[in-house]
Design a protein around this ligand. Structure first.
Ligand SMILES: NC(=O)c1ccc[n+]([C@@H]2O[C@H](COP(=O)([O-])OP(=O)(O)OC[C@H]3O[C@@H](n4cnc5c(N)ncnc54)[C@H](OP(=O)(O)O)[C@@H]3O)[C@@H](O)[C@H]2O)c1
Length: 521
């Protein structure tokens, strides 16, 4: 990613970025992710000349489907999610195959190996294999073991073998370690590509470009100039039919442990010496290790969890979380989480990072806001100018992607009157076409560049930070519902908030304790 992301137009052109021939094997290929994201991404890469001529996709899943039924399903998905009306399926259609397997039988994986060997010869694809785990996570370890057992993992001499793993990677520190251990018994770390699709987003990659390719921002990117940082991932939507999944997950596992901490590490890490995967990820891991860990007390003090009740979003009434399909009527799953993080290093000592995420909030908005300290002395204090808001730099990740800078300006007239104004850059200036995150990530995996993927120690560091919070919450969950329980003298609760609001009042109190307030994106 290094050169193309950072040097922009000066980076390698499309031809240089086209991967060598490879075979993509997707496990869980009958599912939503394959239709909604992966195949549209492949189509788009193909249209841009970024897919090699010699390529094949083998979809593996348990249900009985033939090649033709599988192809038709993908074509339908393309119409719905990305191919557009001009999609003819001409080039890729004959390069797509289906293989049925129940993942419990080594014999079936030997048959899969035979199919891959045959396709490699017939299609001239050679020995490069990219496996993609797009099943529910409980199947990841078993599939990896079987790949190893039939000689499809590790280094096999005929080409590369790599494995892409979807989120979630573990449910807590122990399960993430266990999965890492199992994957490492078959693949080396360089062969494992753990997805955090936020890293595939253009605007997320731009955080580093903005910080490090411009001489004017990095000198003020520290405790001397920054008062605090707010990172928000707000969703307007609810569960979208994924109630069963979300009940097991919740906002902390679904968003905070991965996407929010990824955004935080890109915003706060030290500049890497170079833009290769090792240097960038070393710095991210160092940053994660510098975040002050939670204990049972501070987890309750500094983290708020909420759950939405019925309300109105975009003027329409929506049900509460506990009324959603697949959700228990006394569910204790959080749909909102907010926390205050402190980073114990020279750059950020004393600068709080407030992060929050939630479903059914007032509107969809993902942004990073860097809020600066006020001017050290106000020369205009005697002019009757009211106190101004602090300068703010806002990196808008989605939607309305762009960057805004707020500062005070003199209102024209005889008197000194100062008003906040905004300087704004919109990504629309580059045109409408921005590659989808999955397009970029598939390309990087095929090129073997793991900069945009999370490393073993990174994923474990993120879980090490968040697992004590889950443990603290586990202790306070009570069967009687939202009333919560008590730890020591402290009354703790799952805080309700109406759908369409900005979250529970406890989140406002969390930041108000420090004399600050959340932005309303
Ligand atoms: N959908 C998205 O937009 C999205 C976004 C981010 C991450 N993800 C992650 O990507 C993975 C796949 O997501 P998805 O939405 O495509 O899931 P999905 O539709 O629920 O499942 C994918 C496929 O896996 C197979 N499957 C179901 N249960 C299984 C089990 N216990 N063992 C083995 N295979 C099983 C099913 O096919 P068969 O029954 O035919 O085998 C199903 O079609 C998940 O880990 C998810 O967290 C998805």
């Amino acid at each position: 990613m290094a050169q193309s992301a950072v040097a922009g137009a000066e980076g390698p052109g499309p031809a240089e970025r086209r991967p060598a021939p490879f075979l993509l094997v997707v496990f869980g290929a009958s599912g939503d992710l394959t239709r909604r994201k992966l195949v549209p991404a492949l189509y788009s890469l193909d249209r841009k000349g970024l897919l090699p001529e010699r390529f094949a996709l083998v979809g593996v899943a348990r249900r009985p489907l033939g090649d033709e039924a599988f192809r038709s399903g993908l074509q339908e998905g393309l119409r719905q999610f990305g191919g557009g009306e001009d999609w003819t399926w001409d080039r890729l259609r004959d390069q797509v195959f289906y293989f049925q397997s129940n993942y419990s039988d080594p014999a079936s994986f030997r048959d899969l190996k035979a199919l891959l060997d045959r396709l490699a010869k017939e299609r001239g694809v050679g020995g490069n294999r990219l496996y993609y785990l797009a099943t529910p996570p409980e199947a990841y370890a078993g599939i990896t073991e079987l790949l190893g057992a039939v000689g499809l993992g590790g280094d096999w001499g005929a080409g590369y073998s790599r494995i892409v793993v979807e989120k979630p990677f573990g449910r807590d520190l122990d399960t993430a370690r266990e999965l890492n251990h199992k994957m490492h018994s078959v693949f080396r770390e360089e062969q494992i590509f753990r997805i955090d699709h936020y890293l595939g987003k253009e605007t997320v990659q731009n955080i580093l470009v903005f910080r490090l390719a411009n001489g004017i921002f990095e000198p003020i990117w520290n405790r001397q100039y920054v008062d605090h940082v707010q990172i928000s991932i707000a969703e307007g939507i609810g569960l979208e039919g994924r109630g069963l999944y979300y009940e097991e997950s919740g906002a902390l596992r679904d968003m905070m442990q991965n996407h929010l901490l990824q955004l935080l590490s890109l915003v706060a890490m030290e500049p890497p010496a170079s833009f290769d995967a090792a240097a960038v990820r070393d710095e991210k891991v160092k940053l994660l290790h510098a975040i002050r860990p939670f204990d049972a007390h501070s987890a309750l003090e500094n983290v708020v969890r909420g759950q939405y009740t019925a309300g109105r979003v975009d003027g329409k009434p929506v049900p509460g979380y506990r009324e959603e399909s697949g959700v228990a009527p006394d569910s204790q799953t959080e749909t909102f989480a907010a926390c205050k993080l402190l980073i114990d290093n020279w750059r950020w000592a004393g600068v709080p990072f407030y992060v929050r995420t939630g479903k059914r909030l007032a509107r969809r908005a993902t942004e990073v806001a860097v809020v600066f300290r006020p001017a050290p002395h106000s020369a205009f204090r005697n002019t009757g100018t009211p106190a101004l808001d602090p300068n703010e730099l806002v990196l808008r990740i989605q939607p309305d992607e762009g960057i805004g800078l707020r500062f005070g300006a003199k209102v024209p007239g005889a008197a000194i009157r100062i008003q906040d104004v905004d300087m704004d850059f919109s990504y629309g200036k580059f045109g409408d076409e921005r590659p989808e995150a999955y397009e970029r990530l598939l390309l990087e995996a095929a090129l073997g560049d793991s900069t945009l993927f999370t490393r073993r120690d990174e994923v474990e560091a993120a879980w090490a930070l968040m697992t004590p919070v889950l443990q603290a919450w586990g202790r306070v969950d009570t069967p009687e519902g939202m009333s919560g329980g008590s730890v020591g003298n402290r009354q703790v609760a799952l805080s309700p908030y109406p759908a369409g609001s900005w979250g529970p009042s406890q989140a406002d109190e969390l930041i108000a304790r420090d004399g600050r307030a959340w932005r309303k994106p």
